[in-house]
Write a protein that binds this ligand. Structure first.
Ligand code: TYM
Length: 339
């Protein structure tokens, strides 16, 4: 992935500062952020508090959620010595770049975004303009660091396509090779974790049922209880992966086991094929508790020490500003602005 003869690999990703994080965020994003620290790369991981504003946020709660997400990064093993962790709103280059990209991105591209359609619902006239232009700010987040790789869950694929389109159109319009066209890293088990109550719906912060997700703040007992109550079906587990087609809940639970234990779904079925959920669920609960309970313990400790979190965010914001500000200045010059 990293061609040493060309530019170094630069990783950027972010998590929106709204609601508590869950197992889907962990497997789709946080775990990858931590795992990618073993490769030779520069890493920028932000807390997307500006993106959170696209729907109403209570100001005091938003601030505490930003800290909580930073604490989740740290608890999941993202190390501030290896990765720059910062709040998006502390780096003005993001919003400045977003305006410039508003003038590059096309209305037709935004009209195709399924996430806007899902989030705005039927009453789109009442949605904020920010919700509509959300993917343009996301393109700015990524390109203002000239990032080359973006680890995300599968649901962010369309936003990343738009980022790639912005980079290509900008380079084409100005006849330059200025922005890298970033690669989306969404592969692997855990890229799409589904609700524990409905295997056809994504595990999500906004699901009204808390039993639909494992939160990073859940204790071992709560986790075990949620796995016990998770929707399953009456059949035994199949011997091969094909047998999981049309069994969304079974597929999801096997996928969670696989992603957390570093195995393939087929490995899991080699062990549990022919067994029912009465045998599989307790084993799954053990794996989830084993991996997630230490994270939730660390998270609770960190949340008792907000000064430590703030110090990480402040140092990260300084480093991020130093990287992003010159890129905006150069981009403005390429536009023919005063810079
Ligand atoms: P957000 O906050 O909705 O989600 C954060 C990350 O978690 C992943 N994710 C999942 N992965 C697997 N299964 C799930 N059920 C699941 N739910 C969420 C998401 O794919 C994401 O990787 N727009 C982004 C935040 C953002 C960003 C960026 C990301 C802002 N700027 C620049 C990358 C680069 C968002 O709202 O993610």
């Amino acid at each position: 992935m990293n061609d040493k003869t060309t530019k170094p690999m630069r990783i950027l990703s972010g998590i929106q500062a709204s609601g508590s994080l869950h197992l889907g965020n962990y497997l789709g994003a946080l775990k990858k952020f931590a795992d990618m620290q073993s490769i030779d790369a520069e890493r920028f991981y932000m807390i997307a508090d500006l993106h959170a504003l696209t729907v109403w946020q209570d100001p005091a709660l938003l601030l505490s959620q930003t800290r909580e997400i930073a604490a989740c990064y740290l608890a999941a093993g993202v190390d501030p010595a290896k990765s720059t962790i910062f709040p998006q709103s502390a780096v003005p280059a993001h919003t400045e770049m977003a305006w410039l990209f508003n003038c590059v991105a096309r209305l037709g591209w935004l009209d195709r975004m399924t996430q806007f359609k899902d989030k705005a619902g039927k009453d789109k006239e009442r949605a904020s303009i920010g919700l509509y232009t959300y993917p343009v700010l996301q393109a700015a987040d990524i390109l203002v660091y000239k990032a080359t790789h973006v680890p995300v869950g599968e649901d962010q694929r369309q936003h990343l396509e738009l980022t790639r389109d912005v980079a290509k159109k900008f380079n084409h319009d100005f006849g330059v090779d200025y922005f890298p066209v970033p690669e989306t890293l969404y592969q692997g088990p855990g890229a799409r974790i589904m609700s524990l109550r409905d295997g056809t719906a994504k595990m999500s912060k906004s699901d009204p049922s808390d039993n639909s997700r494992i939160n990073l703040t859940d204790t071992a007992d709560v986790i075990a209880g949620k796995i016990k109550k998770a929707k399953s079906d009456a059949d035994v587990l199949p011997e091969s992966e094909d047998g999981l087609n049309d069994r969304p809940e079974a597929k999801n639970l096997v996928g969670i086991y696989a992603a957390l234990s570093g195995k393939t779904a087929q490995d899991v079925l080699n062990e549990f094929g022919g067994k029912g959920f009465g045998a599989f669920k307790p084993a799954l609960a053990d794996v989830v508790v084993d991996r997630m309970a230490p994270i939730s313990d660390r998270l609770r400790d960190l949340l008792n020490n907000p000064a430590e979190i703030d110090a990480v965010l402040k140092a990260g914001a300084e480093r991020a500003n130093a990287e992003a500000a010159p890129v905006v200045t150069e981009t403005k010059k390429l536009f023919g602005l005063w810079g």
